[in-house]
Design a protein around this ligand. Structure first.
Ligand code: OOG
Ligand code: MG
Length: 259
């Protein structure tokens, strides 16, 4: 069988479908129900979604990894690390409020964030990605799959910018080991506990996985970029009220969902 990639009209139509779902705050069925697409197509759709956001005046501020924890892989029934893109419109200040009307069915998850000190040369095989990171912080990501009931395939979720919707970052510290720190997330009367070790055994490994995927997908990594290393526990629903994540030794971060 000859592998068929989607033509640019098909890419445009699927991109519009996901973009309309996000901006119109409504869900959409899995793309995989309607079309056959491969992982290259999925990253093309993600790139086209980003282009639409940039056209609307948003700026690119970083990247996020997904499926870096066994809990998340089990929850979502998929495997393999995925990368999405963060824009300034997704950023919420620590302690700030976020309007829940922006989202379809938001969930929140505890993350570790890194900040890059310099541009990463993707073509330099000797580049030391760890030395390109200057700071680390506790963080939370709000995910809001555009797919009905959060039901998606591996290619679906990549096309949908890996469910990225919003993020909040706590106090930055200069680079240090964060390999096995206790993590607690509380939101909407629920709490989950875990460890940063759930993120690829050590969140720093997320930087290495990121470099690998960025090289393959030509995703630029630039000075100042935020990197969300992936969730340390399963995500829980974000409802009205304060959500709080505490990471031992790294500090805490909060966001308030406004009904
Ligand atoms: C996909 C996003 C995964 C993570 O940290 O693993 C992710 C999803 O679960 O909807 O952001
Ligand atoms: Mg995440």
């Amino acid at each position: 069988m000859v592998a068929k990639t989607l033509d640019s009209n098909e890419i445009d139509a699927l991109t519009k479908r996901l973009d309309d779902a996000q901006t119109g705050v409504h869900d959409t069925p899995s793309l995989a129900d309607d079309v056959e697409m491969d992982i290259d197509d999925a990253y093309r759709i993600q790139e086209a979604l980003l282009a639409r956001r940039l056209n609307r005046g948003e700026t690119l501020v970083g990247v996020k990894l997904g499926f870096t924890s066994k809990a998340k892989m089990a929850q979502m029934g998929v495997s393999d690390v995925i990368i999405g893109r963060l824009t300034d419109a997704m950023r919420v200040d620590n302690g700030g409020r976020v309007n829940l009307q922006r989202f379809i069915h938001p969930k929140i998850e505890p993350e570790v964030a890194y900040r890059l000190a310099r541009d990463v040369d993707l073509d330099d095989p000797t580049v030391d990605i760890e030395s390109c990171a200057e700071a680390v912080a506790p963080a939370m990501e709000i995910i809001d799959s555009r797919y009905r009931d959060f039901r998606f395939t591996y290619t679906d979720v990549v096309a949908d910018n890996t469910s990225a919707a919003a993020y909040v970052i706590g106090p930055w510290q200069s680079m240090r080991a964060v390999g096995d720190l206790a993590v607690r997330l509380e939101a909407g009367g629920q709490a989950v506990n875990g460890s940063t070790a759930a993120i690829l055994d050590d969140p720093v490994n997320a930087l290495h996985s990121l470099l690998e995927v960025s090289r393959r997908r030509r995703i630029p990594l630039r000075a100042g970029d935020v990197v969300l290393a992936g969730a340390a526990t399963a995500a829980i629903p974000l409802t009205a009220g304060v959500a709080r994540c505490e990471i031992d030794g790294l500090g805490s971060v909060t966001v308030e969902g406004k009904a």
